[in-house]
Design a protein around this ligand. Structure first.
Ligand code: WTA
Length: 655
C-alpha cells in the first residue's frame, strides 16, 4: 500500500441508469425499505430483523457484544441449529417441495424434496456420529458439485461439527495445507468425477493427502463414477451409499449451538498469499445470509435459483447452500463445465428447471458473450426474474449484454460485492428499489456503513478513489477462533483502526470510489492476491510451489487483463549455469497443476535476470502488472533496481 495505483477513470463516462423493470416489481419481496422496516438510519435494529428470519432454540439476550472488539460477538446467549433452520422447519409446511435439483455431467438428474434431504442428512449425521465425530470437531469435505456435498455440510451442522470444504480441483498438497492446523476428524470425498470426456480420480488425490497426515481419519467415499469403476477402500474408508442405507430412518436430534459457536471453516487468500483459515459463527452468519437471500436475491419458498459458483468457495456456501435452503427455495446444482456437451447447456438448465434467479460471475458472462447471443436466443428464458454477478468488476458492456440477451431487459441485475470474510453480500442494489448503473455495485445495504479512505485513513470525498473500509460491525462478519486473533487483527483491522480510541475499521483489501449519488465502483484488489475465475489465488502460495522447481530461484505471479479476461503470468529468475528454459517452463506448469490444481496453470512464464524490488526487498508487483498490461510505469523511485524495467519489457514482449 506504499505506492499509489493508477486508477482507471471509472467516473469519467456518465453511467447509464436503469430502474427495476415493472415485471419484477409485481412479485418482489422488498419494494419499499421504510415499509419493510429497514430504514438505513436504524442500525442496528436492521440486524434484529435479520435474526428474526431464523428459528431460535433460545432467544439471544444481547444483540452485539463489543467487549473484545474487533472480535464482536453477535446474538449472545441465543442458541440454534443451522440444519434445523435449513431443513426441519420447512418440513411441516413444504415437505414435498423440491429443495435440490441436480443435473449431472452425463445427463443424469436427481431431485430431492425437503423431506428427502431430511432423511439423507439424518442418516449421514448418524454415520458421522458413530464414526466418532463430536460437537466442535471439524470434518473436511473434498467433493465436486454433487448433492452429497450440501448434504454432508448439513449433516455436520446437525451434530454441531464444523465443515471445512476444500475445492475439489485443489491438488493433494493444497488439500493437506488446508487440513493442517485444523485437526480434521473425518474426510468426505468421492471416487472421481468427469471433466468433459475425461475421468478425474478424486480418490487418488484424497489418498495422497491422507498419506501425509500424521494420523488416520475415517473417510466417507461417495460413488460418482458408477459401479463399473473399482474403488479400493481401506479399513478406515467407508462407502457413503452403504452407510446411508445402514443408518436410514435414524433420527438424529439437532445439537443446539450457541449463536457465537463456529459453523464452519473455509480457506481464502490474504495479503501474505498463504491459505488463511476463516471462521464463521452460527447465528451471525445465518442471519446475514438469510436476510440477503431474501432482500438481494428476492428468494422465498418455491423460488428456483441457480448459482454457478463451486460450493468450495464462499459464494457456494452462502448462496448455493445456506441462503436458498434457509429461504425454503429450490437449489439447482449443475455438475461440470458450461460448454459440455455443447454451448446450449446453460440455457437448457435454465429452461428445463424454470430457473428464476441466475447468479454468476462477469467472467462467465464474458464467455457467453464470446459464444454469441444465438445460444440464449434459442431458448425460452422467460422464467428468469433476477440476475446477479459477483467476484470481480463487471464492465458496462458485459452488464448490458447480460441485461439484454439473458434477462431480455425484464430482470434487474444485482452486482453484489462481498468477500469470504464478510460472509454475505454487503454492497448491492436492492432489486425492487434501487436504480442500477451498469458496472457499479450500488450502495451499501441498510445496516452496512463504509468509507473510502486515503493511506492515512482520512475519508475521501466522492470521486476520489481510495481504500474500501467498513466502519461498523455486521453479523456475518469473520469470527476467528481466538488462536487466529493475532493475524486477523494485523491483516484486516490494524491498518485503519485506532485501538486507543476503540475505533475499529475493517480493511477489505479493495480499492473503490464513490460517485456523487453515493454509488460505489470497485476498482480491484490492493493486495497480492489474483482473482481468476472468481477464485482468490494467493501469489505467495503459487510462488512457493514454483520455487520448488530445480533451477528456479525466485518467482512472482501477476494477472494480465485483456478484454475483461484474466490470465496468470509468472516471472521467474533462474540459477546460474545452462538451463533448458522450455523444460523449466514445463516443469513449472506441471508443478503448479500438481501442487495447487489444474485451474491455476499459468498462461505465460518468462525469465528475467531479476525481479523488480523495493529498497526493503519486496517484489514490486505493480511494475510487473504494468509490463504485462502494457501500461507505462511512472514511479520507479521506490525501485532498488530501476534498470530492470526495460529488461522486463523486453523479455515480456519477446515471450
Ligand atoms: C472481489 C467472493 C468487484 C473483491 C464473494 C473482493 C468484487 C474479492 C465483487 C472477494 C464485485 C467480489 N465487483 N469485485 N461485485 N465481488 N469482488 O473472498 O476484490 O472469493 O475483495 O469472495 O472479490 O473474493 P472472495
Amino acid at each position: 500500500m506504499d505506492e499509489t495505483r493508477a486508477v482507471p477513470s471509472l467516473l469519467d463516462i456518465p453511467a447509464d441508469r436503469y430502474w427495476p423493470p415493472e415485471a419484477f416489481l409485481r412479485d418482489a419481496n422488498v419494494t419499499d425499505l421504510v415499509a419493510s422496516g429497514h430504514p438505513n438510519e436504524e442500525w442496528p435494529r436492521q440486524w434484529e430483523d435479520a435474526a428474526s428470519l431464523l428459528a431460535w432454540d433460545d432467544p439471544y439476550s444481547t444483540l452485539i457484544d463489543d467487549e473484545d472488539a474487533p472480535f464482536y460477538r453477535w446474538f449472545v446467549d441465543g442458541t440454534l441449529n443451522a440444519c434445523t433452520n435449513c431443513i426441519d422447519r420447512h418440513i411441516s409446511t413444504q415437505k414435498n417441495q423440491v429443495a435440490l435439483r441436480w443435473e449431472g455431467k452425463r445427463g443424469e438428474q436427481r431431485t430431492y424434496t425437503y423431506y428427502d434431504l431430511y432423511r439423507e442428512v439424518s442418516a449421514v449425521a448418524a454415520a458421522l456420529r458413530d464414526l466418532g465425530v463430536e460437537e466442535g470437531d471439524v470434518v473436511t469435505l473434498y467433493l465436486p458439485k454433487l448433492p452429497e456435498l450440501p448434504i454432508t455440510m448439513l449433516a455436520c451442522a446437525r451434530i454441531g461439527a464444523l465443515h471445512n470444504v476444500v475445492f475439489a480441483g485443489f491438488a493433494p498438497d493444497a488439500l493437506v495445507e488446508r487440513m493442517r492446523h485444523i485437526d480434521s476428524q473425518a474426510l468426505v470425498t468421492c471416487d472421481g468425477s468427469f471433466r468433459d470426456e475425461a475421468v478425474i480420480n478424486q480418490k487418488r488425490k484424497a489418498d495422497a493427502a491422507l498419506a501425509s497426515l500424521e494420523k488416520s481419519i475415517p473417510t466417507l467415499v461417495v460413488n460418482r463414477l458408477g459401479k463399473s469403476h473399482d474403488t479400493t477402500l481401506t479399513n478406515d474408508q467407508y462407502d457413503y451409499e452403504s452407510l446411508v442405507e445402514t443408518y436410514s430412518g435414524t433420527d438424529v436430534p439437532p445439537v443446539s449451538r450457541e449463536a457465537t459457536d463456529p459453523l464452519f471453516h473455509i480457506h481464502t487468500s490474504g495479503t501474505t498469499g498463504d491459505p488463511r483459515r476463516m471462521t464463521h459463527a452460527t447465528g451471525g452468519y445465518l442471519a446475514g445470509v438469510a436476510w440477503t437471500a431474501q432482500t438481494v436475491f428476492d428468494l422465498s419458498s418455491a423460488t428456483s435459483l441457480w448459482c454457478t459458483a463451486d460450493i468450495g468457495w464462499i459464494t457456494g456456501h452462502s448462496y448455493v447452500v445456506y441462503g436458498p435452503l434457509l429461504s425454503g427455495s429450490t437449489v439447482v446444482l449443475v455438475e461440470g463445465s458450461l460448454h459440455y456437451p455443447d454451448r446450449h447447456r446453460p440455457w437448457e438448465v435454465i429452461e428445463q428447471n424454470s430457473v428464476e434467479v441466475f447468479y454468476t460471475t462477469p467472467g462467465i458472462v464474458r464467455t457467453f458473450m464470446k459464444w454469441g447471443e444465438s445460444f440464449p436466443a434459442a431458448h425460452d428464458l422467460s422464467s428468469l426474474r433476477l440476475l446477479g454477478t459477483v467476484g470481480e468488476p463487471i464492465g458496462p458492456d458485459t452488464w448490458e449484454w447480460f441485461y439484454t440477451h439473458v434477462g431480455e431487459r425484464q430482470c434487474p441485475i444485482v452486482n453484489t460485492w462481498w468477500q469470504t470474510e464478510t460472509g454475505c453480500v454487503l454492497l448491492s442494489p436492492i432489486p425492487g428499489i434501487d436504480e442500477m448503473k451498469p458496472g457499479s455495485v450500488g450502495k451499501p445495504l441498510p445496516g452496512v456503513e463504509i468509507e473510502i479512505v486515503d493511506a492515512n485513513g482520512q475519508e475521501l470525498p466522492p470521486g476520489e478513489p481510495g481504500y474500501l473500509t467498513i466502519v461498523r460491525p455486521w453479523p456475518s462478519m469473520l469470527t476467528p477462533l481466538e488462536s487466529d486473533w493475532y493475524w486477523v487483527l494485523a491483516e484486516y483491522w490494524q491498518t485503519f483502526s485506532d485501538p486507543r480510541a476503540d475505533s475499529w475499521r475493517y480493511f477489505t483489501g479493495d480499492q473503490a470510489v464513490i460517485d456523487d449519488d453515493g454509488d460505489v465502483w470497485i476498482i480491484g484488489r490492493d493486495d497480492d492476491v489474483i482473482t481468476i475465475g472468481n477464485r482468490r489465488l494467493g501469489t505467495a502460495e503459487l510462488e512457493a510451489a514454483i520455487t520448488t522447481v530445480d533451477g528456479v530461484t525466485e518467482a512472482a505471479a501477476v494477472a494480465e487483463r485483456s478484454g475483461g479476461d484474466t490470465a496468470l503470468c509468472v516471472f521467474a529468475t533462474l540459477t546460474q549455469g545452462p538451463q533448458d528454459r522450455n523444460s523449466v517452463r514445463k516443469t513449472i506448469t506441471e508443478t503448479v497443476a500438481e501442487r495447487i490444481g489444474e485451474f491455476a496453470r499459468p498462461t505465460a512464464i518468462v525469465f528475467t535476470p531479476e525481479l523488480p524490488e523495493t529498497y526493503s526487498g519486496k517484489t514490486m508487483y505493480r511494475v510487473l502488472e504494468h509490463v504485462v498490461n502494457a501500461r507505462p510505469h511512472s514511479d520507479s523511485d521506490s525501485l532498488r533496481n530501476p534498470a530492470i524495467v526495460g529488461e522486463l519489457n523486453t523479455v515480456w514482449n519477446e515471450h
